[in-house]
Design a protein around this ligand. Structure first.
Ligand code: NDP
Ligand code: MG
Length: 383
């Protein structure tokens, strides 16, 4: 029986993970869950999965849950997330909150040398170099990527040696606005940016997909997870989202992982690896139904998010933390209709220009730069 902790159980990845567990009750036990604002759903999940620990962001939710479940250990807020990362009884922690808020629990779980199923790419972008340093210090800790592209790369890398990798090729759906010009994007409404052609996901990542910042974050995530130089990381648009990413080896062999557009497979694999298991929750791919797979160049002029991320990644040090924090606030301001769609790029660019690059030695450095960037963006762009 594996004890599973899910950070962000009320979200898109979190509910998919619970669907995996629902189908494998004999193998997985929910040890802890966390939600932020959606306490009604968290209460339903507590009733169904009987966790020992829960963390909740909202104080109203905290009061309701402590009253309703007097025997349950309930934590609150940011500190609560960190506490869930410190549970000795866990075997696996799935980090599926949105934003760099996931970093502290990830760090705690590494220190306990646990398996971390990492969906939360912002953590790897904001703190990748520090996390890698920590993984060297705690060699039994392991991060298994859940992000579909990185799960695909992780799987493809198993067919060769790292020294023989020529390129990592990350596929991108191209997002909602593939083919649009800058002019077309000037007056985009929030509701339009929230329609993703292939994937059903949380709001923040859906906006990130429409700006291609998501792909940019994934480039940095790939660099940090797999230790591959930026000039060996390529991005191609693949509108069908069936080839989840590829690895090209020196001899020209290209190894890819294909599957339906459903996050349940990468989530389950992060739980069962190195085993692969069948599940009623998993749908299989029918290539004859798909028929055609197409590929094209991304439009880097219109969707500036991609190259901004390459730039931040190549600069390294504190810059990826700045890129991520500026983007998180920009997306929040866009969703509140305080800025226009294209201003998301301006905010990231300006925040990067304004920042003086620093070395990142520890978690405190990351949290400080993250907070400073957020405050700077609020001060300069919030209406
Ligand atoms: P959702 O918005 O659907 O869910 C986010 C989860 O995090 C919810 O449980 C939410 O709680 C919680 N949360 C939000 N803000 C906070 C906060 N400040 N403190 C604590 N918890 C918080 O997002 P997704 O599930 O789509 O994405 C989660 C992560 O996984 C992201 O990093 C994303 O980039 C990554 N990812 C997602 C994919 C997908 O298909 N969805 C694919 C690949 C990666 P509540 O709802 O209760 O407020
Ligand atoms: Mg992805």
């Amino acid at each position: 029986m594996k004890n599973i902790v899910i950070l962000g159980s009320t979200g898109s990845i979190g509910t998919n993970a619970l669907e995996i567990i629902r189908n494998k009750r004999e193998e997985f036990k929910v040890l802890a869950l966390s939600g932020h604002s959606n306490y009604d759903l968290l209460i339903e999940q507590i009733e169904e999965f009987s966790p020992k620990y829960v963390s909740i962001g909202s104080e109203v939710g905290y009061d309701k849950i402590t009253k309703k479940f007097p025997k349950l250990k309930v934590f609150l807020g940011r500190e609560g997330l960190k506490k869930l990362g410190q549970l000795l009884e866990m075997d696996i922690i799935l980090i599926s909150v949105t934003g760099a808020i996931g970093i502290e629990a990830t760090v705690e779980a590494i220190k306990l040398e646990k398996r971390i199923a990492l969906a939360n790419k912002e953590t790897m972008v904001a703190g990748g170099s520090y996390i890698n340093k920590l993984l060297k210090k705690y060699p039994k800790a392991e991060i298994i990527p859940v992000d579909s592209e990185h799960s695909a790369i992780f799987q493809s890398l198993l067919s060769g040696k790292k020294k023989d990798v020529q390129n990592i090729i990350i596929t991108a759906s191209g997002g909602t606005f593939r083919g649009k010009s800058r002019k077309d994007l000037e007056n985009i409404k929030v509701s339009e940016a929230l329609k993703h052609p292939n994937w059903s996901m949380g709001k923040k990542i859906t906006i990130d997909s429409s700006t291609l910042v998501n792909k940019g974050l994934e480039v940095i995530e790939a660099h940090e997870l797999f230790g591959v130089d930026y000039d060996k990381i390529k991005v191609i648009v693949h509108p069908e989202s069936i080839v989840h990413s590829l690895v090209e080896f020196k001899d020209g062999a290209v190894i890819a992982q294909l599957g339906v557009t459903d996050m349940k497979l990468p989530i389950q694999l992060a739980f069962t690896y190195p085993d692969r298991e069948s599940s009623l929750a998993l749908e299989h791919l029918d290539l004859l139904k798909i028929k055609n797979l197409t590929f094209e160049e991304p439009d880097r002029e219109v969707f500036k998010g991609l190259d901004l991320a390459f730039k931040a990644g190549k600069i390294g040090k504190s810059m990826p933390t700045v890129l991520n924090a500026a983007n998180e606030v920009a997306v929040e301001l866009f969703m509140k209709e305080e800025i226009k769609f294209l201003e998301i790029y301006d905010i990231i660019e300006e925040a990067m220009k304004n920042h003086t690059i620093k070395d990142v030695e520890n978690l405190e450095d990351i949290l400080k730069i993250d907070l400073e960037t957020r405050n700077w963006v609020y001060k300069n762009f919030k209406k």
